[in-house]
Design a protein around this ligand. Structure first.
Ligand SMILES: CC(C)(COP(=O)(O)OP(=O)(O)OC[C@H]1O[C@@H](n2cnc3c(N)ncnc32)[C@H](O)[C@@H]1OP(=O)(O)O)[C@@H](O)C(=O)NCCC(=O)NCCS
Length: 245
């Protein structure tokens, strides 16, 4: 099992906030060894899950989210925190001593990544494997302007399509709606290469911007308020290390 966790700052003009992260790569049997981290409410829900894949993704999400909370507040007893689900399936942190922390969760291919953040400063995260087989389906969901943007950065087309998709999914998590909306509302306005990363602004949700990293066979996007400068260097370094193994 590989676990990276840490903190990062979110600098704004008149305030600075701190967020936590956890990047977890684990096999199903390693996850079940950590089951004591589940709150009894979570354990009861877990026991209702029938499919191995969902049991695995649930543990990846809950364990990484708790460790992301633990990265911010080492005195928390993580087994006493319950992460429930809101009416649109968004995660809701309950019973934490450190109040007003929330989490954003993503899981894929034995990887669970979670961000913990103060509720006053929302964040969203999404992770996808770049899979040529999915590219046509993603393309059908992108707008003509987004498709045009895919040709403007030095990445294979299937990677760029997946990247835009993760940006939109991460934004939909901040909105707490998921993709249950007209996807055009999540449209990106721009796509630029900045060093090893890619950034986008959104056409309609102008308060937010996305930062993406492509490494190994995966793309990860984090959406932050547009005027926030996040110090994500360590996060991206751990992300690259984990997916490139
Ligand atoms: C929410 C959604 C964007 C998740 O993206 P994904 O690539 O499928 O999955 P990820 O692993 O990246 O993210 C899953 C996590 O997102 C979080 N999530 C789910 N719904 C969310 C919402 N409305 N807002 C914020 N976060 C949400 C959950 O924490 C979930 O993990 P968990 O169920 O283990 O707690 C996407 O599934 C969606 O929009 N779903 C709504 C449409 C729908 O319900 N389709 C039917 C699915 S069976």
């Amino acid at each position: 099992m590989l676990i990276h966790r840490g903190k990062f700052t979110l600098k704004r003009e008149n305030s600075t906030h701190t967020a936590g992260f956890c990047i977890l790569h684990a096999a199903p049997e390693q996850l079940t060894q950590q089951i004591n981290l589940l709150h009894p409410e979570e354990r009861s829900y877990y026991e209702t899950l029938k499919f191995d894949r969902r049991r695995e993704s649930y543990l990846l999400g809950r364990i990484s989210a708790k460790k992301a909370i633990g990265a911010l507040s080492s005195f928390e007893d993580l087994g006493k925190i319950a992460i429930g689900a809101g009416i649109f399936q968004f995660p809701v942190v309950k019973y934490a001593v450190t109040r007003n922390l929330q989490v954003s969760i993503t899981h894929c291919d034995g990887l669970g990544i979670a961000l913990s953040y103060p509720e006053v400063h929302p964040l969203g995260i999404d992770l996808e494997r770049t899979d040529k087989a999915n590219t046509e389906a993603i393309k059908e969901q992108l707008t003509a302007d987004e498709l045009a943007l895919t040709g403007t950065v030095p990445l294979p087309g299937d990677v760029t399509c997946t990247m835009i998709w993760t940006m939109k999914e991460a934004l939909s998590k901040i909105l707490r709606t998921g993709l249950t909306m007209d996807l055009k509302l999540l449209e990106i306005q721009s796509l630029a290469k900045e060093g090893d990363l890619y950034t986008s602004h959104f056409k309609h949700l102008i308060q937010y911007r996305a930062i993406s990293c492509y490494a190994g066979a995966h793309v990860c996007s984090i959406v932050v308020p547009g005027k926030t400068t996040p110090d994500l260097d360590q996060f991206w370094q751990f992300f690259r290390e984990t997916v490139s193994r």
